[in-house]
Design a protein around this ligand. Structure first.
Ligand code: UTP
Length: 588
């Protein structure tokens, strides 16, 4: 018997089989120290490999086989979009306050009681560099509501108003990096008022093996010789997890009709949800991507309709910005990715990865495909021989690639809803110094301060859209980021779930005036603001549906956003300011 065979004899039969297959399948280097190693060390590696094998649908050997194919294509410069011709996809673009917006939103509002919510929150958040999990960060500092709480508040508000007592379910995708802290955040806060059973947590595997070369040689962790180096497989895992854990199926059985996938730090995520639902209903879309008007060559993916020359197949899908320009040039548009002269924007709307699915059609595709998304590989090569990587690579998949698993007529049921970003998208992804560099290039910084600014700003826009007189505060620079934070307005979902509710809440908009140094926070299903002249700070905290009608003139010292660039508190540190609450009116 060989040394290797001898060295695995005391492992479980299942592990022995897996290790033998890996040994003969090009991964013998993993076991070179086995003959001299302790049982504990060998078991450590064997258990990890077993877990990796189980968490990948075709096992580790299926993974390395696929990786070799994709690495070969990458090395040969094969363009995955070769043979596909892009054209403008179907969808609708809206501006707040227009009749089209209101009519479509009204259609969607009828569906608000039958949505299941899926939060993808497994990302590392390396760019942001926050020590905690991203969903624990405050969305803004006026209320200090964290992202997870905000999302749950919104779901509970819909439940209260639209679902006839039916619980609206939420699923959170976590990863090794975020799972324990996500559960702790929920438990420490009594699930933010949700029933524990309403929430399903699905955890991404521990990542996939990192690969050191074009032969898909599995990398060993540089710090631990009996551990494989793993890397995240990407947010595309969500579809496979929703299938494997039967989440989509259970939700259908509960009468849920729609599924919305959203990201970890977008405080504007839901203002446009009824609008999206309206578009999905009108156009009968299985998948509807929330999009923003995109400037040509802007570094976000464009949603395009692609037609395959050879097979006649069509699909509407996100095309990464760096692929869109060459694809257009190669297929009869010599100018590439350019703006439409009439609109000043690219005809291909920008994907922000908030995806609304019609649940039946979605589930049908999951059943057929097990929810497995196409994978890609993106190695950074050391030189043009393309044989050595700068650092180990891995296969990844993305949630927006779902249209690739649709078939037949269903492929036509994919579209978009485009809305200006200031109403629907302001993620907190970047550390402040990196945000400053992006700002200098005219790109949205995506920092904590801009996320906060955009939340207040979206409410200001909404109020103005119905005729409230909301002044505009000055732009200030904090840690190099330019923000206009005032007036700071937060309308909690219990008070306002979407722009379509505005006129029920502000029955006489022309009698509402908010000065530029003001702060207004409103919570409570029973609150109605009939007339308000606010110059200072006001917090209306309506409990449950207790009726409160506001007719008031308020002038006080208010709240001040004061510079603070020396704080040790991470939340303040990433902003460079904090609020001093001088005087607050309670609205009573
Ligand atoms: P991001 O693009 O924000 O990436 O992910 P990230 O990994 O969180 O952050 P960086 O790149 O390390 O800075 C978009 C969304 O997808 C989720 C994130 O949590 C976020 O909501 N995601 C990403 C996952 O759930 N799993 C993944 O493997 C990757």
């Amino acid at each position: 018997m060989t040394d290797f065979a001898e060295s695995i004899r005391d492992l479980s039969p299942k592990q022995q089989e897996l290790l033998r297959n890996l040994h003969s399948g090009g991964q013998s280097h993993l076991f070179k120290d086995f003959p001299q190693a302790s049982l504990e060390s060998r078991q450590t590696l064997a258990s990890q490999l077993e877990a990796l094998d189980e968490s990948y649908p075709t096992g580790i050997l299926g993974y390395t086989k696929r990786a070799r194919e994709l690495l070969e294509d990458s090395r040969n410069g094969v363009n995955p979009l070769d043979g596909w011709i892009p054209s403008v996809p179907k969808g609708e673009a809206f501006e707040l306050g227009t009749t089209e917006y209101q009519e479509t939103e009204a259609i969607g509002m009828q569906e608000l009681g039958s949505i299941g919510f899926v939060l993808v929150a497994g990302g590392l958040g390396e760019r942001l560099g926050y020590s905690g999990i991203k969903i624990a960060l405050p969305t803004e500092t006026a209320t200090m509501t964290c992202y997870l709480e905000y999302y749950i508040n919104y779901i509970l508000a819909l439940q209260q108003k639209y679902s006839n007592g039916k619980h609206l379910p939420m699923c959170i995708m976590t990863s090794n990096d975020t799972n324990d802290r996500t559960i702790k955040l929920l438990e420490d806060n009594n699930f933010f008022g949700m029933k524990k059973e309403q929430i399903t947590i699905v955890q991404q595997g521990q990542g996939v093996p990192a690969l050191t070369d074009n032969d898909a040689t599995i990398a060993i962790d540089p710090d631990e010789p009996f551990k494989v180096l793993t890397k995240p497989h990407g947010h595309g895992d969500i579809h496979e997890l929703l299938y494997r854990h039967r989440v989509a199926k259970k939700w259908i059985e509960q009468g849920i009709k729609w599924l919305i996938l959203f990201q970890d730090t977008n405080g504007l995520a839901f203002h446009t949800l009824p609008l999206m639902l309206g578009v999905s209903k009108k156009m009968d879309l299985i998948m509807n991507s929330l999009a923003v008007p995109r400037k040509a060559k802007q570094a976000i993916g464009g949603i395009a309709k692609l037609e395959n020359k050879a097979t006649g197949e069509t699909r509407t899908i996100n095309v990464e910005y760096n692929q869109l320009d060459p694809l257009l040039r190669a297929t009869g548009s010599p100018n590439g990715d350019v703006n439409d002269e009439e609109t000043g924007y690219s005809p291909f709307p920008g994907n922000i990865n908030q995806l609304l699915f019609q649940l039946d059609g979605y589930h049908k595709a999951l059943e057929r495909t097990n929810g497995i998304m196409p994978e890609f590989v993106n190695p950074k090569y050391k030189d043009e021989t393309k044989t050595v990587f700068k650092k180990p690579t891995r296969l990844e998949c993305m949630m927006q690639d779902f249209p690739t698993v649709l078939e037949g007529e269903d492929t036509k049921k994919v579209g978009y809803t485009s809305v200006p970003a200031d109403l629907c998208f302001s993620p907190v992804k970047n550390a402040t110094p990196d945000g400053v560099a992006l700002q200098a290039q005219g790109i949205a910084p995506g920092t904590a301060a801009t996320g906060e600014r955009d939340q207040y700003g979206a409410f200001r826009r909404m109020l103005r859209s119905i005729g409230c007189r909301v002044e505009q505060g000055d732009t200030e620079t904090h840690l190099g980021i330019e923000v206009d934070l005032l007036p700071a307005i937060v309308l909690d979902p219990s008070f306002l779930t979407c722009p379509g509710d505005l006129k029920k809440r502000f029955r006489q908009p022309d009698k509402v005036k908010i000065s530029k140094r003001s702060t207004l926070i409103v919570r409570g299903e029973g609150v109605i603001i009939d007339s308000l002249e606010l110059d200072g700070a006001m917090v209306i905290d309506g409990k449950s549906s207790e009726p409160i009608t506001i007719n008031k003139e308020v002038k006080n010292e208010g709240w001040i956003f004061e510079k603070d660039e020396t704080s040790d508190d991470e939340v303040i540190k990433m902003r460079g300011y904090q609020i001093t609450r001088k005087e607050t009116d309670k609205g009573l």
